[in-house]
Design a protein around this ligand. Structure first.
Ligand code: NAD
Length: 433
C-alpha cells in the first residue's frame, strides 16, 4: 500500500506558512480553477462521454456550469464570510468583547464518486479552497478518463503542497484515510461512508459524509399529473438514474397511479424518442452495476421499457408496476434507470413506508394540499427535497445540501460549503481594567 505521509506533511507545512489564509490568495486560486474549467471544456466533455456516455448539454450544465456558478458565488461572498464577526457579550462578562473568527481546518481530504465525477470532486474542492485549506482529492476509479483529466488539470497547475489529485482505487483511499488530515469530505455510498467514519474516528477528524439512499417521490391525488410526470422523469432518467438525489421510487395515490404511469411514459418518449438506445442517453457505469440493475427488471410487472444491452451498458428507462416493499428492488438504493411505482390510499400510509426505512437523502412531494404537505414534511426525516419538483434543490447555492442518518451528515454548497471547511474560533477578549 502506498504511503501518503510525505504528501500530507508537505501540505501541512505549506498550510502553516499562512499563505492559504490570505483571502486574495484564495480568490486568485478560485479564479484560476474557474479558468481551468472553462479552458478544459472540450476535454471534460470528451472524458465524460467516454466514461458515462454523458450528453454534452448535461455535462455543460451539471458538471461545468454548476461548478463555475459555485466558484463565482464563493468569490463574491468570501471577503464577508471570512471576516471575524463581533457578537454580543452578556452583562455577566462586563468589560469584555466577543468575536468569532472563521479559520480553515488545515489539510482537507476529498474523496469523490463517479456519477457526476467532475462536479462532485471539484465543488468540495471549491469549498476547501474558499475556506483557506490545502486539499488532496481522490476521484473515483470507475470514471478513469475524468480522473486522469482532473489529475492533469490540478497537478499541472498547482503545487502539490497546496492542491493535489491522487488517482487510485480502494487501496489508495484506504491509505489516504490512514493519514491524520484535518478534514475529510466523502461523497459515496452509505456502506463506504461507515468505513470512512471509522477511519476518521481514529484521529477524531471532523468529517462530512454525503451518502445515498432510497429517495421517494410521493404523488398525491391532487397533483398536476402532466407536470409531475415530466419532473419525475427528468429527475429519474437524467444520467440514467445514477444521481444521488434521483427519485428512487414513486409512492402514488392509488386513484391516480395508472394515469401517472401513462404520463411518465409520454415524458420519456418526448425526451428520448421511441428508440432510446439511439438517443443521447447515459450508459450504466460498469458491468457490475449493469448486472445488479438487470436483476431488478423482473420485479413486479414491467409497465414501461425494460430493454437492455450489456455490451453497450444500456438499460432503457423502465417503470415497474405492482411492486411490493419486499421485492429486491425496494431493499437498497437503485441508482439506475428503473422506477418502481407503489401505491397508498391514506397519506399516513405513505409516511409510514418512508419513516420505517433509513432516512433518505431526498424526498419529493407532489401536492398543492397544505395539509398533506405539512403531514409529510413534519413527520418524515430526510436530507432535503422539493415540493412539486425533483433534484433541483441541489442546484441552488442558497440551500445547504446534505443527508441525515444513513444518507449522511453535514452539508455543503454556497455558504454551507464555506462553513463546512471552516472552524469557527470563539474569542472572549477581556480588558485588564
Ligand atoms: P462508493 O462509496 O463505492 O465510492 C466512492 C469513493 O470511495 C470512490 O472514490 C471509491 O474509490 C472510494 N471507495 C470505495 N470503496 C472504498 C473503501 N472500502 N474504502 C475507502 N474508499 C473507498 O460510491 P460510488 O459508487 O462512487 O457512488 C455511488 C453512491 O454515492 C450512491 O450511493 C450515491 O447515492 C452516493 N452519492 C451521494 C451523493 C451526495 O451528494 N450525497 C452524490 C453522489 C453519489
Amino acid at each position: 500500500m502506498e504511503n501518503y505521509q510525505d504528501l500530507i506533511q508537505k501540505q501541512k507545512s505549506f498550510f502553516r506558512t499562512g499563505k492559504t489564509k490570505d483571502v486574495q490568495y484564495r480568490i486568485d486560486t478560485l479564479n484560476k480553477l474557474k479558468n481551468l474549467m472553462n479552458s478544459h471544456e472540450q476535454e471534460i466533455l470528451n472524458a465524460l462521454k467516454a466514461d458515462l456516455n454523458k450528453p454534452e448539454g448535461e455535462t455543460k450544465r451539471a458538471e461545468i456550469g454548476l461548478v463555475v456558478a459555485e466558484i463565482n458565488h464563493m468569490i463574491e461572498h468570501l471577503p464577508t464570510w471570512s471576516t471575524p464577526q463581533e457578537v454580543e457579550t452578556p452583562s455577566t462578562h462586563a468589560g469584555a468583547t466577543s468575536y468569532i473568527t472563521p479559520e480553515p481546518y488545515g489539510t482537507a481530504l476529498v474523496i469523490a464518486p463517479w456519477n457526476y465525477p467532475v462536479q462532485l470532486a471539484v465543488n468540495p474542492l471549491v469549498g476547501a479552497i474558499a475556506a483557506g485549506n490545502t486539499a488532496v482529492l481522490k476521484p473515483s476509479e470507475l470514471t478513469p478518463n475524468t480522473s486522469a483529466l482532473l489529475a492533469k488539470m490540478i497537478n499541472d497547475n498547482f503545487s502539490e503542497e497546496y492542491l493535489c489529485v491522487v488517482e487510485g482505487e480502494v487501496e489508495t483511499s484506504t491509505a489516504l484515510l490512514k493519514e491524520n488530515v484535518d478534514y475529510i469530505f466523502f461523497t459515496g455510498s452509505t456502506g463506504v461512508g461507515r468505513i470512512v467514519a471509522e477511519a476518521a474516528a481514529k484521529n477524531l477528524t471532523p468529517t462530512t459524509l454525503e451518502l445515498g439512499g432510497k429517495s421517494p417521490a410521493i404523488v398525491h391525488e391532487d397533483a398536476d399529473l402532466d407536470e409531475t410526470a415530466k419532473r419525475i422523469a427528468g429527475g429519474k432518467f437524467a444520467n440514467a438514474g445514477q444521481t444521488c438525489v434521483a427519485p428512487d421510487y414513486v409512492l402514488a395515490h392509488s386513484r391516480i397511479k395508472d394515469q401517472l404511469i401513462t404520463k411518465i411514459k409520454e415524458a420519456i418518449t418526448n425526451t428520448y424518442g421511441e428508440n432510446v438506445s439511439a438517443s443521447d442517453y447515459n450508459h450504466v457505469v460498469s458491468e457490475r452495476h449493469f448486472d445488479r440493475l438487470h436483476n431488478f427488471l423482473d420485479n413486479g410487472d414491467l409497465a414501461v421499457g425494460g430493454d437492455s444491452d450489456r455490451a453497450q451498458l444500456f438499460i432503457e428507462p423502465t417503470i415497474l408496476d405492482n411492486v411490493s416493499l419486499e421485492d429486491p428492488v425496494m431493499q437498497d438504493e437503485i441508482f439506475g434507470p428503473i422506477l418502481p411505482v407503489l401505491t397508498y390510499d391514506e397519506t399516513s400510509e405513505a409516511i409510514e413506508i418512508v419513516a420505517n426505512r433509513p432516512k433518505p437523502l431526498a424526498l419529493y412531494l407532489f401536492s398543492d394540499d397544505q395539509t398533506v404537505q405539512d403531514d409529510v414534511l413534519n413527520n418524515v426525516s430526510f436530507g432535503g427535497g422539493a415540493i412539486n419538483d425533483t433534484i433541483n434543490h441541489m442546484t441552488t447555492h442558497y440551500l445547504p445540501f446534505g443527508g441525515v442518518g444513513d444518507s449522511g451528515m453535514g452539508a455543503y454548497h454556497g455558504k454551507a460549503s464555506f462553513d463546512t471547511f471552516t472552524h469557527f474560533k470563539s474569542i472572549l477578549k477581556r480588558s485588564n481594567k
